[in-house]
Design a protein around this ligand. Sequence first.
Ligand code: NAD
Length: 479
Amino acid sequence: MKGNFIGGAWVAGARALPNVNPSDTRDLIDHYAQADAAQARHAVDAAAQALPAWSATSPQQRFDVLDQVGGELLARREALGDLLAREEGKTLPEAIGEVVRAGQVFKFFAGEALRLSGESLASVRPGVTVDITREPIGVVALITPWNFPIAIPAWKIAPALAFGNTVVFKPAELVPGSAWALAEILSRSGLPAGAFNLLMGRGAEVGPALVDDPRVAGLSFTGSTATGRSLAQACAARGAKFQLEMGGKNPLVVLDDADLELATHCAVQGAFFSTGQRCTASSRLIVTQGVHDRFVDRLVTRLRSLTVGDARSPGTDLGPVVDERQLDTDLGHIRDAQAQGARLAFGGQPMARDARGHPGFYLQPALFTETDNTMRISREEVFGPVANVIRVRDYDEALAVANDTPFGLSSGVCTTSLKHASHFKRHAQAGMVMVNLPTAGVDYHVPFGGRKASSMGAREQGRYAAEFFTAVKTSYTFA
Ligand code: NAD
């Protein structure tokens, strides 16, 4: 049984939860502690007690801690990637890539601890100077989803600590293994007791104890739009800072002048890799009529060649869906789309076992054609290997359909026209725009985030992370 890490000690939870491999449900990874509300309060106690000491550390001390954590993540990428693939179900190469990303994030924010700067200006009043500095905000609660079990925690924990905050980290229930492994590395990194706390537990049970605690100065949340909005209300009610990254229904526009080989690659990568379980997945493929049929043919041929199987088996292209509940959700969307008149051009069948006979939550990638942008399949996030093609007349209609969504995370276009690419970059209503690239797949040194129902609050990652994890102070001196 793996415990929570609170106040520098490993502690048992109120209960424990089994962590099961979605590629092979006979494989029990371990049992992980589940905190109750009282333990959540202990974690906040510990973080609050550690705040004066950690916020007073020098940038060099913070650099050393974060650099060491980043170095260990990079050195142990294979083993940690194996654990991640085993508990979440993305393929081994994707999982190892995610661990590498987490390591790079820690290294980047090690440097940011040293680079954090302010400004000094002359005042409009003679003899007065004005200094603008950044300070830690205090104790932060970090709540993360299951689909990036180590990268998303890394891009919240690293900047929080780099800028002198103390942390209570609550990972998603389905992926405690990667969270625990990251906490174990942090526990040996030289952090003072309580500066970082791991609180595994059910969101509905421990969440309110975190977001309603007046000692928690800020919440950084990634997950579904419904959960994020309810947490935002709780934070706003007591004036706590919040930052939310939520769902998406990302469009990939393919124009008549696109390089079709590249467009097919972008669609397969963006819509189906990581089993489509990405907030940036291109689940709406918006294709102009001149190229529609050829694009669909290519896409179906490509999908036919993909192997769905155990995430850790060589040759697997798509791993399983994360659990039975998500599989049921995916199948519900597939049934609804068919009932609304969409044509299932490929896949969509669940498979009880993969080719090796492993029992898991497997689903053939599903591609729908003959859909329009009003159908449920076009409006709601599925969060699975399911995409639909929407046929449009021309670029203008493509852009209008791309923007006609409650979400606004990532938006892509495949075109060889500089005019269309430039226009799309300016007019796509999304936080991130991709030209001739999949909608998923981003750099770690630049801001990440969306608009509309996809995001609220300051951007994550890169230099922009300081906006959320620091408080600005303006000081005036007459001397
Ligand atoms: P979720 O909202 O169900 O859970 C996210 C986290 O919130 C989990 O840790 C969960 O335990 C916790 N939680 C649930 N109820 C809570 C409550 N009442 N109080 C406090 N915490 C609570 O989302 P999920 O199913 O884990 O993740 C999938 C969603 O995440 C998708 O919508 C996806 O688009 C989104 N996502 C967004 C981004 C992004 O950056 N925009 C990245 C990855 C995933």
